[in-house]
Each structure stands twice: as C-alpha cells, then as structure tokens.
Design a protein around this ligand. Structure first.
Ligand code: ADE
Ligand code: ZN
Length: 346
C-alpha cells in the first residue's frame, strides 16, 4: 500500500486512530504508583517511599539495573489473584484508549513465587484479565511467561514445571531482567524444553548487551522475535541477517532513553533500522516507569525523528500484526482494518 501522498500533518490523527498490537509490555511495568500504594495499603505492605509523589520522583534511572531495583520493589505489593487482575485491567483500559487491538503481555512469575505467591494466583489473575479484556474492550490478549536471566537456569526449569498446569493460559516464553553477564546460552536447555512443548520463544537481547547476545538468542535459543535488539546496528552483518530473515525487533524508544541506551529520542536508531528494511515494531516496555503508554511512544518517536513518514506509521502498525503470535486469519483482518483507516485519511 502506498500512502506517500499523505503528509506528516496527518500523523496525529493516524497514530491515534490506527489499530495496533503491543508485543513488548511487562505487565508489572504498568503498575502506576497510585495502584502500588493502594495495593500496599490493602495488603499491609510497607513501602520505602512516603507518598505517590516521592515514588514517582525516584523514577530517574542511570541504567537497566537501577530501574529493575525499583521495578521489583514495586511488584512486591502484588499478593492476591485479584491484585494481578486489577493491574492488568488498568493496563487494558489504557491500551484501549490507544487503539491497541492485540496485546501480548510479559509477566515475571519468579518475582512473585520467590515471595511465596502461588503460580496459580499469578496466572489465574492475569488470564482472567485477558478474558475480561476481550469481553469488555474487544482487545485480544495473551500471556508470555518470562524467565529472569539473573537467576539460574535451574530456577527457570523449576518455574516452567510450576507453570505447566496452566499451559493453556500462556502462548510463549521470554527472557528478561539484567542482560549484562547473563547471555542467552545460559538458558539453552529450558528454551529447548519450551520449544518442544510448542511454546513460542522470544528473548530480550541487544538492549544493554552486545550484538553477540542477539546472535546467540537466534542460534541457541532459536527465538521468533528479539526484544529490543537496538544494538544490532553495531554489527552490519547482523543487520543484514535480521533483515533477510525478517526477524522482528520489538523496539521501545521511551524505555531506551529512560535507561540511557540512547541519550535522546533524536539519537534513537528506530527510523534507521526501519528504513534499512527490518521488521521493527514499536512498544512501551514498562509504561508506568518510562513516561508513557503505546500512543505516547509513537508520538514521542515521530516528534523526535522527522524522517519518519505516514508510510512508516502504517508499516510499524502492520509489522506489529505481522510479528504477533495471532492466527494468520486474525492478522489479515487487523491489517485490513489498518488499511481502511489510512485509506479514509483525506
Ligand atoms: N524487565 C522489565 N523491563 C525490562 C527491560 N527493559 N529489560 C529487561 N528486563 C526487563
Ligand atoms: Zn522489556
């Protein structure tokens, strides 16, 4: 489809109206300070910040680890099945406002099971919210269980075993948390087990870690998408490999600036990678911590990168459906809706 006749003046309306999928959102990263305080009060948990404002003021990060320390502390207020449900429903309300029609949510069970919360409470609350998102908002939603890479592979294998009674409630597995010093190959065995079970597999790679981690996520873990992946641009042969295999990268621009992967949005390489022909998608990562949900990420990216066009907006939305784990028929239906929105623009 060619939309080269549409100018950047059309962007505000199109970015808002276009149907889109979100493929890289950590649901624990959607916990707003107000909900953290409400759940802490309900569950009798004391926080190390005196108020919502004081907590929000602490959201100034120097790298991934400085964020993760706060993110895991925030998640400690989640105790009951209902808490997980409430957190996800708050995200779905925001997602609907941004015309998100499909979301694949990451969740970190080890963050909760290590505190004595049962796997059933975590997956029960989240999967009930996914069903409610469909009924209330018409949003199709699925879950991706992430292993924490700073923990051992034995812990990941134990987590997979504990989750298997709930196998029908998640579509895949991922790999997140501190990347440096925790290469993908550390998780070769558990990912092989997951693939054998028919689960989809993705991994964070090349966010803070080197391009070699992207290679090993592809070669050893055999992932179907790379989360972040922005450091691929340091390795031209890798860029060609990603392009030729049409391997999706789930890029999160506001996250990358908040975590100092790039100094400013204007320096972000999303437009360069997209124009090189890679299957780039745009996502929010941890929207409560990084300054915005999906539409805000689109708006900030298009504002900072003047080389991005209406055609690029369409391509990013189309890529989000192409890279999703939905059925081919469902993808085709969303792509047709997307085309109709752009064709209706004057
Ligand atoms: N967990 C939550 N957000 C993350 C990120 N951006 N990178 C790695 N692990 C995460
Ligand atoms: Zn992430």
């Amino acid at each position: 489809m060619d939309f080269s006749h549409l100018t950047r003046n059309h962007l505000p309306a199109l970015l808002a109206r276009m149907p889109k999928a979100e493929l890289h959102i950590h649901i624990e990263g959607s916990l707003e300070p107000e909900l953290i305080f409400a759940l802490a009060r309900k569950n009798g948990i004391s926080l190390s910040y005196p108020s919502v404002e004081a907590l929000r003021a602490a959201y100034a990060f120097t790298d991934l680890q400085s964020f993760l320390d706060l993110y895991y502390a925030g998640a400690s207020v989640l105790i009951k099945e209902d808490d997980f449900h409430a957190m996800a429903m708050a995200y779905f309300a925001r997602a609907q406002a941004d015309n998100v029609v499909h979301a694949e949510l990451f969740f970190d069970p080890q963050t909760h099971t290590e505190r004595g919360v049962s796997m059933g409470a975590v997956i029960g609350g989240l999967s009930r919210a996914c069903a409610d998102a469909k009924a209330q908002y018409g949003i199709s939603a699925s879950l991706i269980l992430c292993f924490l890479r700073h923990l051992s592979e034995a812990s990941a294998i134990e987590t997979l075993q504990a989750a298997l009674p709930y196998r029908e409630h998640f579509v895949g597995v991922g790999l997140d948390s501190g990347e440096r010093g925790n290469p993908p190959e550390k998780f070769a065995t558990v990912f092989a087990q997951c693939r054998a079970l028919g689960l989809h597999v993705v991994a964070h790679a090349g966010e803070e870690g080197p391009p070699a981690y992207i290679h090993s996520a592809l070669d050893v873990l055999q992932v179907e998408r790379i989360d972040h992946g922005v450091r691929c641009s340091e390795d031209p042969a890798l860029v060609q490999r990603l392009k030729q295999s049409r391997m999706p990268l789930t890029v999160c621009p506001l996250s990358n600036v908040k975590l100092c992967v790039f100094d400013t949005m204007a320096q972000h390489n999303l437009a360069t990678l997209l124009h090189q022909g890679l299957c780039i998608t745009l996502n929010s990562d941890d929207p409560a911590y990084f300054g915005g949900y999906l539409l805000t990420n689109f708006e900030a990216t298009f504002a900072a990168l003047p080389e991005l066009t209406v055609q690029d907006a369409w391509q990013l939305a189309r890529n989000s459906f192409e890279a999703s784990f939905a059925s081919d028929a469902q993808k085709a239906a969303w792509m047709a809706q997307l085309d109709a929105v752009f064709q209706a623009a004057a």
